[in-house]
Ligand binder design. Structure first.
Ligand code: F6P
Length: 529
């Protein structure tokens, strides 16, 4: 990986100058030659980057920046299994999980195909009822337990694509007992399959939820042997899954060369297949694969993830965008902002470069978002008249999800109107009604939302994240920043359980004491549930 700061590159200095003398987006849109360069289609997705605040000359300089960081060599390295995760000395081989049989990376191809076949077989047998619970009843409920990268992708995909209702699939991630209770509510224990997804099989939330689920199952069935049939695991720590009591046939491997937030394409994506059949999961992989091929083969100037990455850098580092809003005009994509929040901020929310030096640029801005049109009646006020600089992506489909076409036309009209308002603004003379506009946005139109297009959309973002990481010179594949909080939670948990709290800071000690006093008084009054 390059250790040159992007700031020291000639293109960076040119971009800084160009940012000082930029025409408004409304004027830039009069240049049809420029617009044409900013309209791209790949893998069933059409991207309109023409509402970005870039002149044709700036686009040239951004592409020059990509060449000066040697983005093409980094792309090759990612796709060919180079050690791109330098702090953990690993490749990041999520793209190898979606290669068709016979076209995978030597060394892992056999294992990838074998696991895919095992997952497919397991799913078929659950869905057709031939694999049953320990009292010979077919499974009806699936409780999928995982967190972060082991959860967000599968739940997003199942919510986006729906289920054929053969199975009732529920998700639990939070350690909050309310979440698990809700997920278990109404499940018939003799017809419930639990799937624990944890790459490490040591994540607090996932293990606690799985242990409580196991107790729930045992209390209701009294069948200690049943754990082997009713629990499955997806993990790189196969021994720990076996020690939990899960039958080896029900343990599906992950590998250290797949990051959690890039793992939907592995056995972690099993809920998609459980919900809609193996062909849906195959289509998800095929869509992602189509985007991989576009990313690998298209020249930088026609490459959708590359352009998306360059505009992200441009907005963050040169136009001062402090946050990025994902505005999905599709009810089925309600979880997309959360998924992208993890993918992008856990990947690129970094301050140390690959050579160990501190970054001298901003990296990933805050990513948030929601669904349109609901958001228009909430935070769009801030987007239009607030004081913070932001960029935004509008995402919607050409095809309607339902026969209610007139609803779909209104949905599309609102997405287009909002993206227009974002750059157009309103220069009325009444101050309270003035809207500054000139905010950069990208519009992504999926032909339709099915497994193929969802796969392509997610792969587009994965590659965008990678390219931005390369430009910023950071490692997009580690996440050391999350470790501190995990460490600190242990002694605090002990103190809440009645242990020592003197070593805590004054604020934390006060709060621990408050919670302990509350527990004691509820216990003595008998009001604790
Ligand atoms: O939040 C940190 C993290 O390590 C994520 O990167 C990961 O996806 C999540 O926790 C869950 O980890 P695991 O799959 O090991 O349970």
């Amino acid at each position: 990986m390059s250790s040159v700061s992007p700031v020291s590159l000639p293109a960076w200095g040119q971009l800084a100058k160009q940012a000082l003398a930029l025409a408004p987006i409304a004027d830039l849109l009069n240049d049809s030659g420029r617009n044409q360069r900013l309209h791209l289609s790949a893998a069933g997705i059409t991207a309109d980057f023409s509402k970005q605040r870039v002149a044709g000359s700036t686009l040239d300089t951004l592409l020059l920046l990509a060449r000066q960081v040697d983005l093409e060599a980094h792309r090759r390295s990612l796709l060919e299994g180079g050690i791109v995760n330098v702090t953990e000395n690993r490749p990041a081989l999520h793209t190898a999980l979606r290669t068709p049989a016979g076209k995978g990376l030597p060394g892992i191809e056999t294992e990838v195909q074998r696991t895919r076949a095992r997952v497919a077989d397991f799913v078929s047998r659950i869905r057709d009822g031939s694999l049953r619970g320990c009292t010979r009843k077919p499974f009806r409920h699936v409780v999928y337990i995982g967190i972060g990268g082991s959860h967000l992708g599968p739940e997003l995909a199942v919510r986006a694509l729906g289920t054929d209702r053969r199975l009732d699939i529920r998700f639990v991630s939070n350690i909050d007992g309310y979440a698990l209770s809700q997920a278990l509510d109404g499940c018939d224990p003799e017809r419930t399959l639990f799937v624990t997804a944890s790459k490490s099989f040591s994540t607090l939330e996932t293990l606690e939820n799985s242990r409580t689920a196991r107790s729930w199952f045992l209390e209701r069935t009294g069948l200690a042997d049943g754990v082997a049939n009713h629990f499955a695991a997806i993990s790189a720590n196969v021994e720990a899954a076996a020690a939990f009591g899960i039958h080896p046939d029900n343990v599906f491997p992950m590998w250290d060369w797949v990051g959690g937030r890039y793992s939907l394409w592995s056995a972690v994506g099993m809920p998609v297949a459980l919900a809609l059949g193996n062909s849906a999961f195959d289509a998800l992989l095929a869509g992602a694969r189509a985007m991989d091929e576009h990313f690998a083969d298209a020249p930088l100037e026609h490459n959708m993830p590359v352009l998306a990455a360059l505009f992200g850098v441009w907005n963050t580092n040169f136009l001062g965008a402090e946050n990025h809003a994902v505005l999905a005009y599709d009810e089925r994509l309600t979880l997309l902002p959360l998924y992208l929040q993890q993918l992008e901020t856990e990947s690129n929310g970094k301050r140390t470069r690959v050579d160990g030096t501190a970054v001298d640029t901003h990296t990933m801005p805050i990513l948030w978002g929601g669904v349109g049109t609901s958001g228009q009646h909430a935070y769009h006020q801030l987007l239009h008249q607030g004081t913070r600089a932001f960029s935004a992506d509008f995402i919607f489909t050409a095809e309607s999800a339902t026969p209610l076409l007139h609803h779909h036309r209104w949905l599309q009209a609102n997405a287009l109107a909002q993206s227009q308002a974002m750059f157009l603004g309103d220069a009325t003379t009444q101050p309270e009604k003035q809207v500054p506009g000139n905010h950069a946005t990208t519009t992504l139109v999926l032909d339709r939302l099915d497994a193929y297009h969802l796969g392509a959309l997610l792969a587009l973002h994965e590659h965008q994240v990678f390219c931005q990481g390369v430009i910023w010179g950071i490692n997009s594949f580690d996440q050391w920043g999350v470790e501190l909080g995990k460490r600190l939670a242990n002694p605090i948990h002990e103190a809440l359980e009645g242990g020592e709290s003197r070593m805590q800071d004054a604020s934390t000690r006060f709060l621990i004491n408050h919670l302990r006093a509350f527990d004691q008084s509820s216990a003595s009054s008998g009001s604790q549930p």
